[in-house]
Design a protein around this ligand. Structure first.
Ligand SMILES: Cc1cc2nc3c(=O)[nH]c(=O)nc-3n(C[C@H](O)[C@H](O)[C@H](O)COP(=O)(O)OP(=O)(O)OC[C@H]3O[C@@H](n4cnc5c(N)ncnc54)[C@H](O)[C@@H]3O)c2cc1C
Length: 145
């Protein structure tokens, strides 16, 4: 009998553990680099395909409804004195696409000094700015002004 590892290694070239935001980017990049790759995605949440509550931005609040499993709430084990004795609650996506399936689609970036404060080679604002520009566009629907 084959072990699960043997089944995996005979069927797939690569495995992506977690089908969330970062995982999906990695899978997309791998697939683009070599379309013949067979890539296994291991995701504990459900498929997001054709789910209008996930593909329609205005419906994002439905994922917060009681009983909805698209968001998991991680509750800190200890109360915090900084929160007046309350515990931190962090919602995370628990569905294919991860946070991008349930998030609010807001985009912002920190001020230049915050990146520079990391004081890490390759991660200063001057290094990151070209990447920010790559993902940003401003389309106001105006052709002349
Ligand atoms: C409600 C909400 C609103 C947000 N709004 C915004 C916004 O407007 N703008 C913005 O920029 N960011 C927003 N974010 C944050 C952003 O979506 C996340 O920071 C980002 O998606 C995190 O990406 P990730 O790859 O680190 O993790 P995730 O996208 O969370 O991916 C992790 C994946 O792993 C899966 N997983 C977990 N455990 C297991 C396991 N044991 N086995 C298999 N699979 C597992 C999960 O189901 C999930 O799909 C929001 C997040 C939430 C939850």
């Amino acid at each position: 009998m084959l072990s699960s590892l043997e089944v995996f290694s005979s069927s797939f070239d690569s495995a992506d553990i977690l089908g969330g935001t970062a995982g999906s980017v990695i899978v997309g990049r791998l697939g683009k680099a070599d379309p013949s790759l067979r890539i296994l995605i291991i995701e504990s949440g459900k498929d997001n395909f054709n789910d209008e509550t996930l593909s329609t931005p205005g419906f994002f609040t439905q994922s917060f409804a009681p009983g909805n499993k698209n968001i998991e709430f991680y509750v800190d084990s200890k109360p915090s004195k900084y929160l007046d004795g309350r515990q931190t609650i962090v919602p995370v996506g628990h569905v294919l696409g991860g946070g991008t399936s349930v998030n609010v689609m807001q985009y912002t970036r920190a001020s230049a000094s915050e990146y520079d404060d990391w004081n890490t080679e390759g991660w200063r604002f001057k290094d990151l700015k070209p990447l920010f520009k790559k993902v940003q566009s401003l389309d106001c629907g105006l052709t002349t002004m």
